[in-house]
Design a protein around this ligand. Structure first.
Ligand SMILES: [Zn+2]
Length: 97
């Protein structure tokens, strides 16, 4: 059952569970018993799989025990062969050791 927010003039906001088809316009305040009007607030959209949420989760997960990196992460750019040698012709012009 969804949670709806109500606001008592004297006591402030409180939440109440109601079926979606039976949401009253007002609810009895649990503290003082007065009528409290329903408050319409922003919908809580899920951000569970957004890039920001994944980055925050990864940072929190590795804060105490960092992930072990076994290879250099691929950052896009030039395609690599199975041997890890770049096929980008511009790389042939780079100075060699
Ligand atoms: Zn109240």
């Amino acid at each position: 059952m969804p949670v709806y927010e109500f606001r008592c003039e004297a006591c402030g906001p409180f939440d109440a569970h109601h079926a979606m088809a039976q949401v009253p316009r007002s609810e009895r305040c649990p503290a003082c018993g007065a009528d409290a009007r329903r408050v319409f607030s922003a919908v809580g959209l899920s951000r569970a799989n957004s890039p920001r949420a994944r980055a925050v989760d990864a940072a929190a997960r590795t804060a105490e025990a960092p992930d072990v990196v076994r290879s250099v992460p691929r950052q896009g750019g030039a395609p690599r062969t199975s041997t890890g040698v770049s096929r980008d012709p511009r790389h042939l012009k780079l100075p060699r050791p």
